[in-house]
Ligand binder design. Structure first.
Ligand code: GLU
Length: 306
């Protein structure tokens, strides 16, 4: 049986927040399973959020497909599913607050103008601050950016240890609302985690470098900071993160127990070899009884055959 939601009041609130750009693959299953088991072990709630803020890359069909796959894999979540594309008014409100506090500014630079002479920590171009002191003459507002301070942002990750970043040096003033009119993931995730009362974020280590940006936004918007735990991400044979772009295969819904057992193994839980052929209910029971976050490998990525 899937893990049952707890009864009574508990302060732990976790979540799984997939972007519906394609089917659930092994990489997203690892994040779903790790966040779910960690929440259930703490007697907490586990919420689901469809992160379709980047609408051109997302589809309702993919969202429905992910939900179907989660159900067949035996997951059960608490409460209503939050859908980001229905929440843009909240992101706008947060942006207005940042503007009112002089923390956000309009940017008129095209991607080409920003160039790529200085690369930020996530491999994108670091914004050189061209519009920070005001839009240059003849330019109009394309995007909105957060003014970041030249100071260290640090946090202790539950798996990856201490993370320290200087946002000004390592990232630059980052985008809150994009030139195409969509809100940026960084803003949406911070607004939603706070509104859903998320106390613990468990997700893939590909987002480790984004976390200082999110912590910075939490400070600017006076929102609480959750605890963070970044799981190793699943890499293909070429060392690329499994994703639709890198050709990750959807989870086979006919063999859910095998997938759950493989995800437990990936997360260092050492399931017995015969768990892969057990019933789905038995696999979940084993997982709930044996889950230990201390056994998760302390690295950012692991190659897998999946
Ligand atoms: N939507 C993001 C993804 O699918 C995850 C965001 C998060 O967990 O904060 O990669």
């Amino acid at each position: 049986m899937p893990p049952k939601p707890p009864t009574g009041v508990n302060s732990y609130v976790g979540r799984f927040a997939p972007s519906p750009t394609g089917s659930l693959h092994f990489g997203s299953l690892v994040a779903a399973l790790g966040s779910c088991l960690e929440a259930r072990q703490h007697g907490g709630r586990w919420l689901l959020r469809m992160e379709d803020v980047d609408q051109p890359r997302c589809s309702e069909a993919a969202a429905a497909d992910i939900l179907r796959a989660l159900e067949r894999l035996g997951f059960s979540w608490d409460g209503q599913i939050v859908v980001q594309s229905q929440r843009t008014a909240h992101y706008q409100q947060a942006l207005e607050l940042l503007k009112a506090n002089n923390l956000a500014y309009a940017c008129g630079c095209s991607r080409k103008e920003i160039g790529d002479s200085v690369i930020a920590i996530d491999g994108a171009a670091r914004y050189p601050g061209t519009c920070r002191a005001g839009l240059p003459v003849g330019k109009f507002a394309r995007a909105w950016r957060l003014k970041v301070a030249d100071a260290e942002t640090a946090f202790d990750d539950g798996v990856q240890g201490r993370v320290v970043q200087n946002l000004f040096r390592d990232v630059g003033d980052f985008v809150l609302s994009r030139a195409d009119g969509y809100f940026a993931y960084q803003l949406a995730v911070v607004v939603d985690d706070a509104e859903q009362g998320i106390t613990h974020v468990v997700r893939g280590a590909d987002l480790l470098d984004s976390t200082p940006r999110q912590i910075c936004l939490q400070h600017c918007l006076n929102l609480p900071m959750p605890n963070y735990m970044h799981l190793p991400v699943a890499l293909n044979g070429r060392g690329e993160k499994l994703s639709k772009q890198t050709g990750a295969q959807p989870i086979d819904p006919q063999r859910p127990t095998q997938a759950i057992a493989a995800a437990l193994d990936f997360l260092g839980q050492r399931p017995p070899p015969d768990l892969a052929t057990a019933s789905l209910a038995d696999a979940w029971r084993w997982a709930r009884e044996h889950w230990q976050s201390a056994m998760i490998p302390r690295c950012r990525g692991i190659r897998t055959e999946w």
